[in-house]
Write a protein that binds this ligand. Structure first.
Ligand SMILES: Nc1ncnc2c1ncn2[C@@H]1O[C@H](COP(=O)(O)OP(=O)(O)OP(=O)(O)O)[C@@H](O)[C@H]1O
Length: 238
């Protein structure tokens, strides 16, 4: 069996006295899309924040290729290739598209690598190349999502943590964004995807975890979960 690139082991996380994660285990297999699903407040965002070091696990471990990264600061975790794209895109106003992308490469010291990555991002998202000198905050919602993904790709991620990339987008753009996520994966990027749109997430993911009240309530191959009556009733509105 392929070793996971990222492993969350018995993690418990808190906000003050509020326990958001109650001992969760997640494995991310290289080359796959792993989805984290669940209702509002289930702990999906906290899972990503705990992996990227924004929230400290008080119990348990996060392993990256067998290295314990649980207590590293967020910038060290990013430098190791675990790149978090938070909900809401966070495009910086007053900076051009190109400058927003350059911000994504703070972990990359070699200028030649930075140039190559920028060229790759522009090839993947030609609209960003066309608008490279425009203020990033003036892009449409779908274009801003491309910019947020492009900025993450500038790090050369080993694992991409995506928090609700379809949030706030019109239905057509939701489908387009999911297609982009799938294409990134097909080009070799390993992805841990938090998504409200369960139907679309299960279509592109290989494996999925369902969180409920800070615990793993269910898990399995995405195709099997899509057929599971309890999942369908709880999350697919059937
Ligand atoms: N900054 C915070 N301070 C206190 N409690 C928080 C904070 N952020 C999240 N929580 C609580 O932690 C729990 C898990 O929240 P989390 O945001 O991880 O859920 P989620 O599954 O991502 O939900 P959503 O889909 O609504 O974003 C919830 O009970 C939430 O109220």
């Amino acid at each position: 069996m392929t070793e996971p690139v990222l492993r969350v082991e018995q993690v418990e996380s808190f906000y003050g006295k509020i326990q958001a994660l109650r001992g969760i285990d997640i494995e991310v297999t290289p080359g796959q899309i792993i989805a984290v699903l669940g209702s509002n407040g289930a702990g999906k965002t906290t899972t990503l924040k705990t992996i990227s070091g924004l929230v400290r696990a008080q119990v348990g471990h996060v392993w990256l290729d067998g290295e314990d990264i649980t207590r590293l600061p967020p910038h060290e975790i990013a430098r190791k290739g675990v790149v978090h794209v938070p909900e809401g895109r966070h495009i910086l106003k007053g900076l051009s598209v190109q400058e927003n992308l350059e911000l994504g490469s703070f972990t990359v010291t070699d200028p030649a690598v930075r140039r190559d990555r920028m060229a790759d991002v522009f090839e993947r998202f030609p609209i960003l190349s066309e608008r490279r000198h425009q203020d990033g905050s003036l892009l449409s919602g779908g274009e801003q999502q491309m910019l947020a993904l492009g900025r993450a790709l500038m790090h050369g991620p080993r694992v991409l943590l995506l928090d609700e990339p379809s949030m706030g987008l019109a239905p057509k753009l939701v489908t387009q964004t999911m297609r982009i996520v799938k294409q990134l994966n097909e080009a070799g990027t390993t992805i841990l995807l938090v998504e409200q749109n369960v139907r679309l997430a299960l279509k592109i993911a290989h494996y999925a975890y369902v969180l409920e009240n800070g615990e793993i309530y269910n898990q399995g191959e995405a195709s099997a979960l899509a057929e599971d009556d309890s999942i369908v009733q709880a999350y697919l509105g059937a």
